[in-house]
Ligand binder design. Sequence first.
Ligand SMILES: Nc1ncnc2c1ncn2[C@@H]1O[C@H](COP(=O)(O)OP(=O)(O)O)[C@@H](O)[C@H]1O
Ligand SMILES: [Mg+2]
Length: 254
Amino acid sequence: MLKIRNLTVTFGGVVALSLHKFDLGDKELRVIIGPNGAGKSTMMDVLCGKTLPNQGTALFNGEELIGRSEIEINRMGVGRKFQKPTVFDGLTVFDNMLLGLKGNKSVFASMFFHLSPEHRAKIYQVAEQVNLVDELNTMAGALSHGQKQWLEIAIVLLQEPELLLIDEPAAGMSDAETEKTGELLINLGKTKSVIVIEHDMHFVEQIAKEKVTVLVRGSILTEGTFKEVKNDKSVIDCYLGAPDSAQMKNMKQS
Ligand SMILES: Nc1ncnc2c1ncn2[C@@H]1O[C@H](COP(=O)(O)OP(=O)(O)O)[C@@H](O)[C@H]1O
Ligand SMILES: [Mg+2]
């Protein structure tokens, strides 16, 4: 469903991303790992139309994404959850989700928006998916950090994307929230294609039931199952092996 070829992004002459070939299957959950500055976020920026590459193609269900605006790409079915929160603290979870409903983008439009039973059902269904069904009347500002992240995911889900891009979903979460986030992503991967960027190797182990892609200095070092990647010498040398790396500490514990 996603085919990337010869994609290059440079910033001031420095190559941030140089992807020769990257393919993602229908309803596949792919985890991308790699050291800081490897180009992971840049890859997502390109896919959602935020960054224009110097060259290359990215076909989504056969349609070119490169050159389209963020709004167009979103309408085509690519949803991106950013790291920075975008929810309204002074609105309830329900109202935040209402604002996120497809075709209901502006606050003004929503004020006069007639809430149909279908819309209400959709909000409940998505809230259920992201563990927020008991918090629908809670002010978003009163949610825990993890719950806020789930609300962000809920808002993206309400747009019914076919491909979901998520950058470091578990950052700053408690262990219990991280675990629940993992379950949530695994469930999403049953009905959608999902690309997750992640640092925490425990979390990667939990969610990576399919392929893991290792990105180093803008290029794919290797791809494989979690086990293959974890034991790959080049990955250990380039990424996991740094003696002080948090990743390595995590690995030693496991
Ligand atoms: N907007 C930008 N302007 C200039 N350089 C950037 C910009 N975004 C990213 N970079 C550079 O591109 C490289 C890849 O960054 P990034 O994609 O954020 O890596 P990662 O997400 O893997 O940590 C880094 O060297 C970073 O400094
Ligand atoms: Mg990043």
